[in-house]
Ligand binder design. Structure first.
Ligand code: ZN
Ligand code: ZN
Length: 338
C-alpha cells in the first residue's frame, strides 16, 4: 500500500494505493522479511496528513511489523532463515551520539523511522537492519504480536516515565491500542493502582471498564478522585488541559503523541496557572521507544501472557482501517494481514 502524496483524510479518504513494487533486496547486515501482519498506528495519520511527513514519496508506511526471515544480507548473522521477527519504529540510529551511547536512540537526531524515512510493513516484503529487529516470544499469533511493537512498547515507556507507584491513582486519557495495553500492564504490575479512563466514545469507556478501570468518563469530565499521574494518548489539546486539572499536587502528565493536531489548539489560551500548573505539576512527552523498551516489553508481555485485543483487516483495506482509527472507532489495536 503506497502513500504517494500528503493530504488530509477529509480531502482524500483513500490516501494509500494498492500497488506492485520491486522486491527489496537485503544488503550488508540487513534481513529480508516476508511480512504477515502490520499494526496500524496513529502515527500513520500524522505521516499521511503531513504532521510528521515522510522523507520521500512514494513510501510504504507501517512500523509494527511481524514476519518471517526469507533472506539475509551477506553480513547478517544475528538471525536464521525462517525465524519469526518483529520491526518497530526505529529503523536505524547513528550509534555514536551521547543519546545512542546511553541507550536512548529514540532521542538520536540522526535516527531513521520505519515506514516514514524508509519503506515499512504495509507490504508483503520489507528489509530491516539486524540490530533493529526483535525475536518474538511464542504464545502470540502474528496479529497479536504486531501491536506489542509500538502500542505496547510505548505504553511500557510511558508507564515507566509516569513514575506511578502501587497504590496510587493513574489516569489514561484516550483509550486506543496503547492505553488498553497499559491498563493490562498496570493490573499485572501494580494491582493496587486505581485506573481512571477518559475517552470520547461510549464504546471505549465500556471496554475500559471491562478491562478493569475503576471509572470511565468523557474527556472533559472531572475525575472523582485526583490522579498522581495521567498518560495522554490523544491527538488533541483539550484532553491535556483537562488532565492537568485532574492531577494531584506534584502529579505528572505524560504526553504520548508524536504530534498534536491543530484543530483545538486555541484551548491552550485557557490554561490557568493556578488551576492547571501550580503546585509542582509536571508535563513530560514520550518520544517513541528505544530498543530496550521494545525488548523489555516483549519479555513482560510473554511473562504476563498479555493478550492484545486486535481487529484484523486485509492489507488492501488499509484505508478503511485508517479512517476508522481517525473516527475513533477503536476496540484494542488494528492490524493488517498480508
Ligand atoms: Zn506507532
Ligand atoms: Zn545517535
Amino acid at each position: 500500500m503506497l502513500l504517494e502524496k500528503i493530504g488530509t483524510l477529509q480531502e482524500n479518504s483513500e490516501p494509500l494505493r494498492f500497488s506492485e513494487i520491486d522486491d527489496p533486496l537485503p544488503v550488508e547486515n540487513e534481513i529480508l522479511i516476508r511480512v504477515s501482519a502490520c499494526g496500524v498506528c496513529h502515527t500513520e495519520l500524522d505521516e499521511i496528513e503531513g504532521r510528521t511527513a515522510p522523507a520521500c514519496l512514494p513510501i510504504v508506511l507501517g512500523h509494527q511489523v511481524v514476519g518471517t526471515i526469507v533472506a539475509l544480507g551477506k553480513n547478517a548473522r544475528r538471525f536464521r532463515l525462517g525465524e519469526r521477527v518483529g520491526v518497530a519504529w526505529i529503523f536505524a540510529a547513528c550509534g555514536l551520539c551521547k543519546f545512542c551511547k546511553a541507550g536512548n536512540e529514540n532521542l538520536c537526531t540522526e535516527f531513521k523511522a520505519t515506514g516514514r524515512d524508509v519503506n515499512g510493513g504495509y507490504a508483503e516484503l520489507m528489509t530491516a537492519h539486524q540490530d533493529f529487529v526483535y525475536s518474538l516470544p511464542e504464545g502470540f499469533t502474528d496479529a497479536e504480536a504486531a501491536p506489542l511493537l509500538c502500542a505496547g512498547a510505548i505504553g511500557y515507556r510511558s508507564l515507566r516515565l509516569s513514575g506511578i507507584a502501587d497504590g496510587q491513582n493513574l489516569g489514561l486519557t484516550g483509550f486506543g491500542a496503547s492505553a488498553h495495553l497499559v491498563l493490562k500492564m498496570v493490573r499485572h504490575r501494580y494491582p493496587r493502582v486505581k485506573v481512571f479512563v477518559f475517552a470520547r466514545s461510549e464504546r471505549e469507556r465500556e471496554f475500559a471498564k471491562e478491562l478493569g478501570a475503576v471509572w470511565a468518563g468523557d474527556t472533559t469530565t472531572a475525575s472523582p478522585q485526583k490522579l498522581d499521574a495521567i498518560i495522554d494518548t490523544t491527538p488533541a489539546w483539550t484532553p491535556i488541559v483537562e488532565a492537568l486539572k485532574n492531577l494531584e499536587p506534584g502529579g505528572r502528565l505524560i504526553i504520548n503523541a508524536i504530534r498534536k493536531e491543530e484543530r483545538d489548539k486555541d484551548v491552550l489560551v485557557g490554561l490557568s496557572y493556578p488551576t492547571h500548573l501550580w503546585l509542582e505539576k509536571e508535563i513530560k512527552s514520550v518520544a517513541n521507544v528505544a530498543r530496550a523498551d521494545v525488548s523489555g516489553f516483549l519479555r513482560l508481555a510473554a511473562e504476563m501472557r498479555i493478550k492484545p485485543e486486535v481487529e484484523e483487516y486485509p492489507l488492501n483495506d488499509a484505508n478503511r482501517a485508517l479512517l476508522e482509527l481517525k473516527a475513533a472507532k477503536i476496540r484494542g489495536a488494528k492490524v493488517l494481514r498480508m
